[in-house]
Design a protein around this ligand. Sequence first.
Ligand SMILES: Cc1cc2nc3c(=O)[nH]c(=O)nc-3n(C[C@H](O)[C@H](O)[C@H](O)COP(=O)(O)OP(=O)(O)OC[C@H]3O[C@@H](n4cnc5c(N)ncnc54)[C@H](O)[C@@H]3O)c2cc1C
Length: 313
Amino acid sequence: MSSHKKQYLGDDMYDVVIVGGGPAGLSAALTAKHEELDYLLLEKNKILSTFEKYHPEKPVMTYPCDKSVKGPLPFEKMKTKELVEKWKKLTDELNVRLEEAIDIKQENTTYIIKTTGGEYKSKNVVLAIGIQGTPRRLGVPGEYQKNVYHNQTPCLDFSNKTVVVVGGGDTALETALIAESEGADVIISYRKPAFFRPHKENIDKIAKSKIKTIFNSHIVKIDGNKLILNTNEGEKPIKFDCLVICIGTVWPEGFLKKIGITVERKNAFTDKAIEVQPGLLVAGDLVGRPSIKMAINQGFDAIKKIKNRTSHT
Ligand SMILES: Cc1cc2nc3c(=O)[nH]c(=O)nc-3n(C[C@H](O)[C@H](O)[C@H](O)COP(=O)(O)OP(=O)(O)OC[C@H]3O[C@@H](n4cnc5c(N)ncnc54)[C@H](O)[C@@H]3O)c2cc1C
């Protein structure tokens, strides 16, 4: 990561400050670099931190299939660990600061971005903070113990272990498939009567696997290596070695409220970033259905919009 000059408030002004170093933010930063904009990428944790929730062997899915990838960030189906390695090499060439944006305010036509490391001025902001910050919890006793994971596929030795996965989305199904491929006995507990949301590819793989799915069920209690599952046939005790809860994430309402914006999220895949107020564009998971490809395209679209405006002023 390159060092750079503009750490604290002064007269210097960026063309764009990009908040969040996931696929949307990386795509925006690389595009800004190609377009020769004066940019800064802020990341509160680690670049690509969301990918730490994936199992390294998981092949990243490149949906939606009917859309192509736009911009300079390359993306194709490969194992997570290969993609992360490839993208991290590109990050070395970018203007990055590992700081959390804690506030964003507009003064006339300038944005002031306050971070854990200083303050920056910018004509535009791309907000690409994702939605993975806070996993949704079950809210049952025993949920916080060391053999219980939220929204991530733990990198463990699964052989001869019993793994229970809670949820009915792609993350739950892919977690179950990875655990099974590594030798675990896997049970999926899902509160609905069938899988509706995941991609067909994953549903088909589950149907062909030995994974047992208990529909219409929910956990009522977790205690050490035992959980109680409420099912159509009444309460069932299940012994497990590892429990993975994949029931989504909580919308970053607090931060959005603090910076004074509301985002109308679409329940669909979209290539376009949303401009919530002049010069403040939102890209990535905040915009529509989660997809790496769409996040990349939205990051690209945000910078193209900013560049077009910059060229005409
Ligand atoms: C386990 C799992 C498996 C998945 N598998 C696939 C798949 O196979 N294919 C697919 O297309 N999608 C998949 N997804 C979804 C995909 O990861 C997301 O759609 C994608 O990462 C969204 O990119 P993003 O840039 O919007 O957000 P993120 O990747 O979540 O990145 C946001 C970044 O912003 C940072 N950040 C947050 N707040 C701040 C702040 N205030 N200041 C600075 N930085 C901040 C975070 O630390 C994070 O690094 C999966 C998701 C999970 C959890």
